[in-house]
Design a protein around this ligand. Structure first.
Ligand SMILES: [Zn+2]
Ligand SMILES: [Zn+2]
Length: 338
């Protein structure tokens, strides 16, 4: 792209370069993702290797037992509530008929056989309910005892399993970390050479008409290197790498700018000098100079030769421009001055 490329075409090239940059990013993203998706260590398998399977089975059994005991205790509690109700009802009935029974005895009359039967029945019911209540109580005590035993065994088992699971986790993390490093190395092995090749091409092919394509490749691979580093390296480490990379980039731009300021490129130099001669100023120090009058002339301020005698036609020529305006002869001297 030069300064005389039409505006529309220039913008088209810029737009296409940005689009190409996006496509490069996308493509590199796919490759990096494929590298990233490599299967890592299997966590379940490693955990199983470190766990005592008999212990795991026993733990399951104990959990089942504990749940069963809990359900049984709840059932016995329910029986207790029922029997307690039965006892109250039986006792009330018993009391009521016993009172009647006593009235007969107090008035020296034999109580009817039916009444005697009812009193006895209520008494039996009360005694039975009481017995059942006591039985349920006893069962609950037994159950609570085995609940305690199970809890004790479970606690010991839990500690042992926790230790084994901790070991399994550590072993997994070790393998996982190694796997992540491997993935990072794989990604860098793809993006770093790409970045280096792109940098080399951009540096080498300064004048190439395909420079925009190379720059798109360079910027996209540079960003991709940054993304990979950011994903895989600790923030502390990344910070230093990032700062060093930024320093290198800024320095290279600065060096480039300083160099071109000290040694302007031919076209820049030529433009500057043309403008200076047109506006009648010294190209080197910008001091105003009189119009060319057919005689050799130097700058009154800095002493640089402005008009000299042409070595081909002996007319007066611009010393700091490439060609003699009379004969067109080209002078190599104009590069050196300035
Ligand atoms: Zn001057
Ligand atoms: Zn000449």
């Amino acid at each position: 792209m030069t300064s005389n490329t039409p505006r529309g075409l220039r913008w088209t090239i810029r737009l296409l370069s940005v689009l190409l940059f996006g496509l490069f990013m996308w493509l590199q993203g796919f490759v990096v993702k494929d590298i990233n998706d490599q299967e890592g260590p299997n966590r379940g398998l490693i955990a199983a290797e470190h766990e005592d399977s008999a212990l795991v089975e026993r733990e399951k059994e104990l959990n089942k037992n504990a749940a069963h005991i809990e359900r049984e205790i709840a059932r016995q509690e329910q029986i207790k509530v029922n029997r307690k109700e039965n006892m109250t009802v039986a006792k009330d009935t018993w009391n009521q008929f016993a009172q009647e029974h006593r009235l007969y005895l107090d008035s020296n009359q034999p109580p009817p056989a039916e009444l005697v039967g009812t009193v006895q029945e209520a008494q039996t019911l009360y005694i039975e309910a009481t017995k059942e209540f006591e039985t349920a109580n006893g069962k609950i005590s037994e159950l609570q005892e085995s609940q305690y035993t199970v809890a004790l065994e479970k606690e010991g088992m839990r500690r042992e399993l926790e230790r084994q699971r901790g070991e399994g986790y550590d072993a997994y993390m070790e393998l996982y970390t190694a796997h992540r490093w491997q993935v990072a190395a794989g990604k860098l092995a793809f993006v770093v050479p790409l970045f280096l090749i792109a940098s080399w091409l951009v540096a080498k092919k300064r004048k190439s008409i395909y420079r925009a394509i190379l720059i798109a490749l360079l910027v996209s691979s540079f960003l991709r290197v940054g993304i990979v580093m950011h994903e895989h390296f600790p923030a502390e480490f990344f910070k230093y790498v990032g700062i060093i990379a930024a320093v290198i980039i800024v320095l290279s731009f600065l060096v480039h700018a300083l160099r071109s300021a000290a040694n302007p490129k031919e076209d820049v130099l030529l433009r500057r000098r043309r403008e200076a001669y047109q506006t009648q100023r010294c190209p080197d120090c910008a001091y105003p100079v009189p119009e060319e009058s057919g005689k050799a002339m130097a700058c009154a301020a800095c002493g640089v030769d402005l008009y000299t005698t042409c070595s081909s036609c002996d007319e007066i020529r611009h010393e700091l421009l490439p060609h003699c305006r009379h004969c067109g002869a080209e002078s190599e001297k104009w590069h050196g001055a300035g």
